[in-house]
Design a protein around this ligand. Structure first.
Ligand code: PLP
Length: 287
């Protein structure tokens, strides 16, 4: 495996960053997780737009423009000769001193790792996932905005720790008002009486690329989809619940906080959307 580092390729085992990189010292940087399906980099442009928006928001100047970055990602995939892969694109603030002032960091680091990822075993996709809601709240938009995909994932990691402690695969964060926001690394949907719901961005969630793909698929297949805030109660009494994310794809949730969702198996809308999503991922992107 070859890792792209600032325009050069380094062997995976030899790819290292400085301990003075503010990405390491402070979580100062941004990232994307992107999938390659049968040689097709799924919705790469959308991922890059989100990356550049995150960069703009934290005043991080990426030394490549978006077209150059697109080329770099596609080239890194080719170089690794993988038809199916997971890409981790990281831009860190770069090397500085021990103070947190980012103006001392003059060399942002661009790193593209092409590897493989498997979040859940196939069996989990067939049976559905058991999850919980946790006390850790989603950080609020006027602090570190959840729409910035920053290297500061401690909030999400705490959620994952709580899920691990409870022996479940994933957990949901609520926002400060108690509305359901998202999972530690995925967006949430529910289906009630044939209508598909997902929280609007202002509730405090990342604008997921997979979330948007599912909204597009709902529209194409004549499911009414509504972006509306909902509570834990709405989740408990939903007909179907599922999570979406680049790593998780579309995964049914069959139990939340000990409450079985409907009859406890992945529902028809979820299964249909997963099937359509699998068709979409090999065509909607860059070869
Ligand atoms: N929410 C969070 C906090 C995430 O980290 C991710 C993963 O990137 C998502 C949602 C899902 O977004 P996407 O579908 O773009 O992977």
């Amino acid at each position: 495996r070859w890792v792209y580092m600032n325009g050069r390729y380094v062997k995976k085992e030899e790819a290292t960053v400085s301990i003075f990189d503010h990405g390491f010292l402070y979580g100062d940087g941004i990232f994307e997780g992107i999938r390659v399906y049968d040689g097709n980099v799924f919705r790469l442009r959308d991922h890059l737009v989100r990356l550049y928006e995150s960069a703009h928001s934290i005043m991080l100047d990426i030394p490549l423009d978006i077209d150059e970055m697109e080329q770099a990602v596609v080239e890194a995939v080719r170089k690794n000769e993988l038809r199916d892969a997971y890409i981790r694109l990281v831009v860190s603030r770069g090397k500085g001193d021990l103070g947190l002032d980012p103006s001392k960091c003059s060399n942002p680091q661009i790193i593209i790792i092409v590897d493989q990822v498997r979040l859940f075993p196939q069996e989990t996709y067939e049976r559905g996932l058991k999850i919980i809601t946790v006390p850790t709240r989603r950080n609020v938009p006027d602090a570190l905005n959840p729409k910035i995909k920053s290297l500061n994932y401690l909030n999400n990691i705490l959620v994952k720790i709580e899920a691990n402690q409870a022996g479940v695969g994933e957990a949901l964060m609520l926002n400060a008002d108690g509305y359901v926001a998202e999972g530690s690394g995925d967006n949430i949907f529910l289906v009630k009486k044939g209508i598909v719901y997902t929280p609007p961005g202002y509730v405090g969630a990342l604008d997921g690329i997979t979330r948007q793909a599912i909204i597009d698929l709902c529209q194409r297949h004549n499911y009414t989809v509504k972006e509306e805030p909902f509570t834990r109660h709405d989740v408990y009494v939903a007909d179907e619940v599922f999570l979406t994310g680049t790593a998780a794809e579309v995964i049914a949730v069959v139990n939340v906080d000990g409450r079985t969702i409907a009859d406890g198996v992945p529902g028809p809308v979820t299964r249909h959307l997963l099937q359509e999503f699998r068709k979409l991922v090999t065509v909607d992107g860059i070869q």
